[in-house]
Design a protein around this ligand. Structure first.
Ligand code: BDR
Ligand code: CA
Length: 310
C-alpha cells in the first residue's frame, strides 16, 4: 500500500478525503497533519479527530501543525463550511488525543525515517506545514515520493478572489516554496474538481447506505451544496479534496499535462494565482502534473463503494 500523510484543514470535503483514504486498502495512512485554513487550527484539529473516530480509526495519529500562514494573516472560509468547519450532523467531541509532536516535525521525521521515495504527501489545505518542513529540513525534499495536492485553478480561475483558489490564496508564500521544491507534484485544481459535481442523486446514494457514516457524509455534502448552489447556480457542488486520494487509488480516472506552474505572491490583485503554462508558451521547465479532466461517473462510483464499507 502507498504510504501517505494527509495534510489537512477539515472541512467537509477534507473529511470525505480522509474517509476515502481509511476505506481503501491501496492507502497506508501514516498520520494526519493539521493546518489552519477553512477554520482556525483548534477547530481543524478537532475535526480531523472527529472524522477518524467516526471511521473507527483512532489508531491513526493526528498532529497539530501551523496556526497561521508564513507571511500574512489567516483567511478562513466559514461562509462555505459553517462555523465549526464541519457543519452537518454534529459529531461528538473527540476522545483520542492530539499527538504531542508538532505536525511539521512529524513530516520531517517520517520522511527521514522511511526509505527515500516511499512517502507521499497529500496536502488538501493551505501549504504552510509542507513549506515550513521544506524550509527547516531541505534534505527531505528529495526523499518525497510525490506530492498530490488540491489547490489552484487555471481555466476555472478563482473561488476566493477572481484570480485565486482558496488553498493557494491563504498561503501563497508556502505554495511558492512547494512548487519550486523540485519534488514530483500532481495538482488537482478547480479545473478538475468542478467537473465532478455532487448532484442530489449522489447525496441520496450516501443517505441510502443506511450506515452512520453514510448519513453523516450526506449531511456534510448537503451543507456544502446549499452554499455552492446559491453562489454558483450550477448543477451541483464540487467536492474538491477527495480527488487527491481517488487519483492515488486509480490514476486512470484523471488526465492532465506536465507543465510549469508559478505562484503569484506580489500582486494585491492576483495574489495566490496559479499561473499555469497550459499551452506551453514559455520555456520554463515543467514542475507539475496539472490535472484537467476526470471521469466523474467512475469517481463517484469509487467514492460511494469505498465509503459504503465503513
Ligand atoms: C479548497 O478550499 C477548501 O475550502 C476546501 O476544503 C478545499 O481544500 C477548495 O478551494
Ligand atoms: Ca481542504
Amino acid at each position: 500500500a502507498r504510504k501517505i500523510i494527509i495534510d489537512t484543514d477539515p472541512g467537509q470535503d477534507d473529511a470525505v478525503a480522509i474517509l476515502l483514504a481509511v476505506a481503501s486498502p491501496e492507502i497506508d495512512l501514516l498520520g494526519l497533519t493539521i493546518v489552519a485554513g477553512n477554520v482556525p487550527l483548534a477547530r481543524t484539529a478537532d475535526n480531523g479527530r472527529k472524522v477518524l473516530e467516526l471511521a473507527g480509526r483512532s489508531d491513526v495519529p493526528v498532529f497539530a501543525g501551523c496556526e497561521k500562514p508564513m507571511a500574512k494573516d489567516l483567511v478562513t472560509a466559514e461562509h462555505v463550511h459553517g462555523k465549526t468547519g464541519l457543519d452537518g450532523i454534529a459529531l461528538p467531541a473527540p476522545v483520542m488525543p492530539l499527538q504531542a509532536q508538532h505536525g511539521v516535525d512529524f513530516i520531517i521525521q517520517t520522511l527521514r525515517a522511511e526509505p527515500a521515495g516511499t512517502v507521499t504527501l497529500v496536502p488538501i489545505g493551505p501549504l504552510t506545514n509542507i513549506a515550513t518542513a521544506f524550509e527547516r529540513a531541505p534534505d527531505i525534499k528529495e526523499r518525497v515520493q510525490e506530492i498530490v495536492l488540491m489547490g489552484g485553478a487555471y481555466f476555472e480561475v478563482g473561488n476566493i478572489t477572481p484570480a485565486a483558489e482558496f488553498n493557494i490564496y491563504v498561503d501563497p508564500e508556502a505554495a511558492d516554496i512547494v512548487f519550486k521544491s523540485g519534488a514530483k507534484i500532481t495538482v488537482m485544481p478547480l479545473d478538475v474538481t468542478h467537473k465532478a459535481l455532487v448532484t442530489a442523486d449522489v447525496v441520496d446514494r450516501f443517505a441510502q447506505m443506511g450506515t452512520p457514516v453514510g448519513a453523516v457524509v450526506a449531511s456534510w455534502i448537503n451543507f456544502s451544496e446549499r452554499f455552492d448552489l446559491k453562489k454558483y447556480g450550477s448543477k451541483g457542488a464540487p467536492l474538491h479534496d477527495p480527488a487527491t486520494i481517488a487519483y492515488l487509488i486509480d490514476p486512470t480516472l484523471y488526465e492532465g499535462r506536465h507543465i510549469n506552474v508559478e505562484i503569484e505572491v506580489h500582486s494585491p490583485l492576483t495574489r495566490g494565482m496559479t499561473v499555469a503554462d497550459w499551452w506551453g508558451v514559455t520555456d520554463r521547465a515543467a514542475n507539475a502534473l496539472f490535472i484537467g479532466t476526470v471521469d466523474a461517473t467512475r469517481f463517484f462510483d469509487l467514492l460511494i463503494t469505498r465509503i459504503g464499507r465503513l
